[in-house]
Design a protein around this ligand. Structure first.
Ligand code: PRP
Length: 209
């Protein structure tokens, strides 16, 4: 039995459909309920529905064998696990954004609001730019509008949130997409099941490319 941590929400739905297409289905998952664990003995899988930002934690601790997580979370948390495959789903960019008319004052530290404090710190360290981090947990776009920060470091998918709040992208830090990850000892002890799934996924992704 493979324990698979799926991120709850839009990305999780897409990933579940992909896995169901290659034989790892668990139809009960579509039922209207509040269950978080779904098992299908026949297809040999047990799905755990967890918060997207927690998937990698379950994997690193061995509470699940494999999982699907955004590259943003992997870069931010840098946990001890294997990244096996780019699923090319949930594509977006990690960006620096600011009000449309923003002009940087290079004589003082840049105030950066973000959920992704490590990504932001590493990015500005690479530019040798002194910053002050303001850690927020959501609705980051509001920060520069209220003068809480100069810029934000956040995910941009369609660009709608930025546009509707009169912000624009100033720099792109990195492209993001969903990744298949594995616990290190599961990869060793459940190697054939995991590789079997990876092979099927690769085939499915190539066929739909
Ligand atoms: C994410 C991100 C942006 C938005 C970008 O927020 O933080 O706010 O999506 O998407 P867009 O470019 O398609 O508009 P999320 O919906 O995860 O909520 P959050 O504000 O709680 O981070």
């Amino acid at each position: 039995m493979l324990n698979i941590a799926l991120p709850k929400g839009r990305l999780g739905d897409k990933v579940y459909n992909l896995l169901a297409n290659i034989g790892y289905d668990c139809s009960e998952i579509y039922d209207d309920n509040r269950k978080l664990i779904f098992t299908n003995e026949k297809s040999g899988v047990c799905y755990l529905l967890v918060k997207p930002s927690d998937v990698a934690i379950y994997i690193a601790h061995g509470a699940a064998d494999i999982g699907i997580v955004g590259k943003d979370i992997l870069e931010e948390d840098k946990l001890d696990l294997y990244e096996l495959l780019d699923l090319k789903l949930g594509k977006c960019n990690m960006c620096v954004a600011a009000p449309e008319n923003y002009i940087e004052d290079l004589d003082r530290p840049l105030r950066v609001a973000t959920k992704f404090t490590n990504i932001a710190k590493n990015y500005y360290l690479s530019l040798n730019r002194e910053i002050e981090i303001i850690k927020l947990n959501g609705s980051i776009e509001i920060a520069p509008l209220l003068g809480l920060s100069d810029v934000i470091v956040d995910i941009v998918e369609t660009g709608t949130t930025l546009k509707e709040n009169h912000l624009k992208v100033f720099e792109t830090i990195m492209p993001i997409s969903a990744r298949l990850i594995a616990n290190k000892s599961s990869y060793k002890f459940k190697n054939s099941e995991i590789l079997d799934l990876v092979t099927k996924l690769k085939k499915e992704l190539t066929e739909n490319d």
